[in-house]
Design a protein around this ligand. Sequence first.
Ligand code: DGL
Length: 267
Amino acid sequence: MVKVNEAERAIGLFDSGVGGLTVLDCVQQILPAENLIYVADTAHAPYGDKSVDYICERSQHMCDLLIDREVKAIVIACNTATAAAASVLREQYELPIIAMEPGVKPALAISKSGVIGVLATAETAHSKQLDDLVSRYAGEKQVLIQACPGLVELIEAGETDGNKTQKLLQRYLQPLLDAGVDTLVLGCSHYPLIHQQIQSLVGEKIELVETGAPVARELQRRLSKNNLLNSASDSGKVQVFSSAPSTQLELIFEQITGAKVLAERFE
Ligand code: DGL
């Protein structure tokens, strides 16, 4: 087998489904020359209502698949998998693992009312990781955490504009608006896919905070530190894997990248 030059190796990204494509989008904008492998665990989504052990097991499985394909770094493009599995994965694997956490710190820095909201899956909402973030940065400010069960399922099904999504969002957002939040953290990589729907419900004065771009910048910093940045002048290639057929995955991939893709299956 031909050994690929270290820097030309791909970067692996994984998520429970389509959400991590919002991170892939940011990675492509900052690092267009990088080859990417995206893995969507569609057959086992959503992760938000699964146990920590289950999410760890699935995350290890996807890391193994990526390592078999000789990736040079892995991005956990999922807040839920980060909260449940990042520390275990970092202990187990030697390559750089970049994870994502809700943007509580930047949201607190922006907030004028001193009340911010965090939208997340149930698993992230109840995680020690989020609890630690809040204790570390909140100080006198208030951080209201809203678990949003059901949202990821609707996004996976492509029902982003429907009545159901609107109603569910209203139910989750109203208590936060009543409490006076002026900044909202999108604490799940699926939620940027309904950024507009959330913004139109809360109004333009409320700032939405996403974390795809900071994750991409952290990836760039880690690759550069390890001399692993791909210096090719052409755009990198992207390969997509999914554990179940998903037209939604291929559709969103095309909307984001402008390119068509056929997701390969993995078990
Ligand atoms: N995209 C995910 C996250 O960032 C996973 C959501 C889920 O599968 O419940 O949390």
